[in-house]
Ligand binder design. Structure first.
Ligand SMILES: Nc1nc2c(c(=O)[nH]1)N[C@H]1C(S)=C(S)[C@@H](COP(=O)(O)O)O[C@H]1N2
Ligand SMILES: [Mo]
Length: 241
């Protein structure tokens, strides 16, 4: 069933897509990497959902990795993050670029004008711990669709204030539980957890839920993020759970 379904998708594959494939391309489960936006749309309704929990399951939640890109104790503190933070993020903008019909930038207020979604999900860190929180934000799919994803788009890349680039294929980017989160447990997203806006990808390990978002770039070609990216740092680009 799965295999015949994938075979019938053959006609939807983009010609010439053999270049710039992520290293996981040989895995049939990673077919999403080579599909165009049109093909992704046809697969989306069959995606499974991550479990959602109830309020009583909310746990304590450690902050890991970078906990403030502007921290003067960091080797290279990000001064623009420092400035935005001292202005309560009123000047923060999330730019959406690349293969979209209407590139532009969104303030926190702009993002909050989209319908909001609240979900209680588990974040599982590759280091062996997991924690449950309530996240509020806007579905990434809504913002991407407002920007007008072009038919040749295959990847959504994220750049962050702590220089920790990563990306998603369209299946995970358009997944209904992939959100741009600006709220956590009923309050604003705290600084250690990625203020003002982070990605919450319910279907992948914690490190794909990027904090401190700055830019979103939609591409056709796979981008490993270079020396700062997951792959060159020894992590798997795809971390599905
Ligand atoms: N920008 C950025 N995003 C990041 C990280 C980071 O260091 N920088 N750490 C990742 C890792 S490894 C995990 S497990 C989660 C942890 O989220 P938390 O700090 O809110 O617990 O964020 C992820 N997102
Ligand atoms: Mo992690």
């Amino acid at each position: 069933m799965l295999v015949s379904g994938l075979a019938s998708l053959g006609g939807l594959l983009l010609p010439g897509c053999g270049k710039n494939l992520p290293p996981t391309y040989g895995n049939i489960l990673r077919m999403g990497d080579v599909l165009t936006y049109t093909a992704h749309r046809s697969l989306l309704p069959r995606q499974s959902l991550a479990r959602e929990y109830s309020h009583k399951d909310i746990s304590s939640f450690p902050a890991t990795g970078c906990t403030n890109p502007g921290d003067p104790a960091r080797p290279r503190p990000n001064e623009s993050y420092q400035r935005l933070l001292s202005g309560a993020f009123s000047d923060w903008r999330l730019s959406i670029e690349g293969l979209v019909a209407k590139p532009g930038s969104y303030s926190l207020a702009d993002l909050k004008r989209f319908p909001s979604q609240t979900q209680i999900t588990k974040l599982a860190c590759e280091e062996g711990w997991s924690a449950i929180a309530e996240w509020t934000g806007v579905q990434l799919s809504r913002v991407l669709e407002a920007a007008g994803i072009l038919p040749s788009a295959r990847f959504v890349n994220f750049l962050t204030f702590d220089d920790n680039p990563d990306g998603l294929d369209m299946l995970d980017a358009l997944h209904p539980q992939t959100i741009l989160a600006y709220g956590m447990n009923g309050g604003d997203l705290p600084i250690p957890h990625g203020a003002p806006v982070r990605l919450r990808v319910a279907k992948q390990l914690g490190y794909k839920s990027l904090k401190y978002l700055q830019r979103i770039v939609v591409t056709h070609d796979f981008d490993d993020g270079g020396k700062k990216g997951t792959i060159q740092n020894g992590w798997s680009w795809y971390a599905g759970i």
